[in-house]
Design a protein around this ligand. Sequence first.
Ligand code: DP6
Length: 324
Amino acid sequence: MPVSVAVACANFALCKYWGKSDPDRNLPAVPSLSMTVDALRTRTNVELLEGQGEDRIVIDGRPATGEAARRVTVHLDRLGRIAGVRPRMAVTSDSTFAAAAGLASSASAFAALTAAAARAVGLDLGADALSDLARQASASAARSVHGGFVELPAAPSGTDFLAAHPVPVASGLELGMSILITSESPKSVGSRDGMTRTAATSPYHEAWVRQAPAELVSARAALASGDLGELGAVMERSALRMHASAMAADPGLLYWNAATVEAIHAVRRLREGGVEAYFTVDAGPNVKVLHRRVDSERVRAALGAVAGVLRIIEAGVGQGVEVA
Ligand code: DP6
């Protein structure tokens, strides 16, 4: 049987998605805006298996079990319903980075899986349909279908179709992202459970959802006009507000470690020293820093020295998903 192969890059949100309007359809309650990053990639092979039996799923060299395997199988069922056939499949997925440590593994993984499995069953989907389908598995994966800077709108409960789309960036604004690794252990509470708990118990969740649309409009405008200062300000507010709301959940969600806090202070000091650098943090302790590409060396020199930063991955703007 021929093997279908797809490669997708991870993405990091400058305006965060945190909260669902419809958990069954996996629709976001807030709009998000991300940068696709070239340094973190997932490559997924899908081969149709003869006869019945089970899907064979291998993630980063190990047979997948439990929730990870279930999410893949459910997604293949979803794809099978569209294709009108549901053959069993052998899925092999390899990422260039640690899964589940707040490094957006589900984004690149589900974007690549959607594209490879669609090809394997003979579905010829355009970018919108691929993004909508990937979103149903993991909303951030909808954004990894595209390269560059990408927006995933919010949608009211019951919406049937929701895809991400690329957004324009000012020519001449050459951005990079430095990813500060402070831990590669899996997080104790995944994004999905974390955002569910936040929505159910945080007194700040409603305010978070209310303020997000205007913030996204500002970020989009800043990106289009090349105003890195404004983009960075929105980006840091989004991260801090998301985490403030999560910390106020019950029990409180604290994704940061000591190095996360040290790194945030160091980014602010770097800025005082004249380097335009801005942080964001996802559902894990690693810190991602947005800056001009030309400042990569200064960022590395300053932030590589922060106590608890194990290493730095430098990323540029990545491409959308590619089917080989
Ligand atoms: C903090 O896309 O992993 O990274 O839709 O439930 O799979 P599900 O959630 P997921 O959440 C990502 C949360 C985040 C912020 C972001 O990427 O926008």
